[in-house]
Design a protein. Structure first.
Ligand SMILES: Cc1cc2nc3c(=O)[nH]c(=O)nc-3n(C[C@H](O)[C@H](O)[C@H](O)COP(=O)(O)O)c2cc1C
Length: 335
């Protein structure tokens, strides 16, 4: 069976695979364009970078591909409005918004004629999303994803979360594409998601672990060595997150430490906004350090299935594997 295509707005990706946005500076032009050139949909990780830099990455991506790609933004980010304006000015194919929700940004995108893609993790959010103008597609992200998590139960799998949230979206009248995300690594995972009614999948860690990803080599080694990842309730956003452990608070950077300056990356930060900066750590510095090559003093986001990936390959090779159908039981028995 060949994978179906995926249309977002008036552009179509040949294959129903979206590469998840990965900040800070993990998913940039090389990765995003490679995914789009292979017939998937790429996503620039737009969080934690200044608007000027985002504009550069957008233009660099456009120079490398005519395929389908967008930008991922986090509503919780301090520069969200400015970054959204850049996406609109640059007329990207779509904008994916997670980590918080408001109707305004989707309205703004709709007025500009740019499709909005909303990331949700609950039936309650599905009801709101279905009634929000400007949401063209929805990603349902489970507790198996890397990074910040939305589900009430942060351990819930895609297989348990997706069906009721999809049903809620449809029940409340949402007719656009619905994408499954979290722990989708192999072709059989994609087939399973499609069988549950998904129109496509969003994949993060498989694309982070490619030659084209802008993660540091040291980060890629951490992912290769990882045996799993844990949910820890430490993110200064107040959200549950998944990262490779162990990390004690002492290992993570604090604003009071030398060389750690507040980039004011979040609208609300438990660390910055706590007197004496005693709670938690600086997430921007922690993620930035890993991307720059020092993951031992930073954070390395990933979901629990990371242990199933044992190589760093090209995006082309990832697509070759994902596009190879899994032999059906009947074919296997006939061999
Ligand atoms: C290193 C890393 C960074 C991520 N950063 C973001 C981000 O900035 N914004 C976002 O919406 N999701 C982010 N995610 C989630 C991914 O976009 C994706 O939806 C999720 O990882 C899917 O699960 P998978 O990694 O098991 O495929 C990140 C994931 C990883 C692994």
């Amino acid at each position: 069976m060949t994978l179906p295509s995926l249309t977002i707005g008036n552009k179509t990706a040949r294959h129903c695979i979206i590469q998840g946005g990965m900040s800070i500076r993990i998913a940039l032009a090389d990765l995003v364009a490679a995914v789009a050139n292979e017939g998937g949909a790429g996503n620039i990780g737009g969080m934690g970078i200044p608007p000027k830099e985002l504009r550069r990455h957008i233009r660099a991506t456009r120079a490398k591909t005519a395929g389908l790609w967008g930008v991922n933004l986090m509503f919780a980010g301090m520069l969200f409005d400015d970054l959204l304006d850049v996406c609109i000015e640059e007329r990207v194919d779509f904008v994916t918004i997670g980590a918080g929700f408001a109707r305004g940004p989707f309205k703004k995108l709709a007025e500009a004629g740019i499709p909005g893609v909303c990331i949700i993790s609950s039936e309650k959010a599905a009801r709101v999303a279905a009634r929000t103008a400007g949401i063209t597609a929805v990603v349902i992200e489970s507790g198996q994803a890397g990074g910040h998590l939305g589900p009430e139960d942060p351990n819930i799998s895609t297989w348990d979360l997706f069906p009721p949230v999809l049903a809620a979206l449809r029940q409340h009248g949402f007719t656009g594409p619905v994408i499954a995300a979290g722990g989708i690594l192999h072709r059989e995972d994609i087939d399973r998601a499609l069988a549950m009614g998904a129109d496509g999948v969003q994949m993060g860690i498989r694309f982070a672990m490619t030659e084209e990803s802008s993660a540091s080599d040291a980060m890629k080694v951490k992912w290769l060595e990882a045996t799993g990842s844990q949910v820890e309730y430490w993110s200064p956003t107040g959200m549950a997150s998944r990262a490779i452990t162990p990390h004690t608070e002492d290992q993570l950077p604090k604003l009071t430490q030398e060389g750690v300056h507040c980039a004011k990356c979040l609208k609300y930060c438990l660390h910055r906004d706590t007197e004496g900066h005693t709670v938690s750590h600086c997430i921007y510095t922690a993620l930035n350090r890993s991307q720059k090559g020092d993951p031992d003093h930073g954070l390395v986001f990933c979901g629990p299935r990371v242990a199933e990936i044992d190589d760093i390959v090209s995006v082309k090779e990832v697509f070759r594997r994902l596009l190879t159908p899994v032999a059906s039981l009947a074919e296997t028995l006939a061999d």
